[in-house]
Design a protein around this ligand. Structure first.
Ligand SMILES: [Cu+2]
Length: 142
């Protein structure tokens, strides 16, 4: 009985140890995948719209400044060309602050960048999409 308990405890610690190592390796892999000095995104969006996959990463740069990276991968059946930029808007719910249309700069085929400054600090909602097909993500500007 005692031996069983001891081996169970040892097994548990061994498993925890292995999990910790594996987790550390995965984390390291992610870090080396990003650019040096790159801050992690404050918000990440990934949503399948009826025309394709829309993805976005919001970076908060301080002093209300932000940078948003957007990628769109149209489905093979989509009529939207990969070069067509989505519509991007910023709004603040419960404050009737909306309609902050964003200017997209192309960085690649199906990839765009937005750089701007939030009109005020707080929780913003970014909506991105084509026509009625819109995905949303919240981020905190400060
Ligand atoms: Cu506001």
């Amino acid at each position: 009985m005692l031996i069983k308990t001891v081996s169970a405890i040892t097994g548990f610690f061994f498993l925890s140890f292995v999990t910790l190592i594996v987790w550390g390796v995965i984390r390291l892999g992610f870090q080396s995948g990003s650019e040096p000095g790159e801050i992690p995104p404050a918000a990440i969006l990934s949503e399948q719209l009826s025309d394709g996959l829309i993805e976005a990463q919001v970076y908060i740069l301080g002093d209300l400044a932000y940078r948003i990276e957007i990628q769109f991968l149209p489905d093979p059946t989509s009529t939207i060309p990969p070069t067509m930029p989505p519509e991007v808007n910023l709004s603040m719910e419960a404050m009737h602050m909306d309609g902050y249309e964003q200017q997209l700069k192309p960085v690649d085929n199906g990839a765009w960048r937005i750089q701007g400054k939030a009109p005020m600090a707080g929780i913003w909602i970014m909506s991105v999409g084509y026509g009625d097909e819109i995905a949303e993500v919240r981020f905190s500007a400060n």
